[in-house]
Ligand binder design. Structure first.
Ligand SMILES: [Zn+2]
Length: 157
């Protein structure tokens, strides 16, 4: 038994679990011959096999995985929309934009108002104001008053 090589530490054992080459100075024969290193290696191997052993699936989990797989395949196999159908929204927006430009008319300009030049002398202005002030009813009542005057003249006939 070759006990002259050093013992394997945890890092060395993990390197062996992952399939890495042993560090320099380590010997595989020591792993088999040394009871301490051999026991630790066996425990690690047992733990690894327990972790990596496949667990049987419950029917619910199996059904869930099956549904997931079916959904993935349906999504992958679904035919993609043709490029023409993907361009429809952009085409509709462009169409409406050009229709808007074609139908656009500038707002009509308001007709130029002609302001009559009224020139009143001060005397005419004061006479106008005096006539308004001396009226007993406002001028706005004149059309209504005219209606009553017409009706009363018709009734008199
Ligand atoms: Zn050892």
């Amino acid at each position: 038994m070759n006990m002259e090589t050093r013992h394997w530490n945890d890092d060395d054992l993990l390197d062996r679990v992952y399939g890495l080459d042993p560090a320099p100075g380590l010997c595989l024969a020591h792993l088999d011959a040394c009871p301490d290193c051999s026991a630790r290696w066996q425990a690690l191997e047992l733990r690894r096999s327990a972790v990596t052993a496949s667990q049987p699936l419950t029917p619910a989990a199996e059904q869930r995985l099956r549904n997931q797989r079916v959904a993935v395949f349906n999504r992958v196999e679904r035919p993609r929309l043709a490029w023409i159908w993907r361009a429809v929204p952009a085409g509709a927006a462009a169409f409406l934009f050009f229709i808007g430009i074609a139908l656009h008319r500038p707002a009509p300009q308001p007709p130029a108002t002609q302001v009559a030049s009224v020139t009143l002398t001060d005397e005419q202005l004061f006479a106008e104001i005096a006539s308004v002030v001396n009226q007993d009813a406002p001028r706005a009542a004149d059309p209504i008053r005219g209606l009553f005057a017409e009706n009363s003249s018709k009734e008199a006939q």
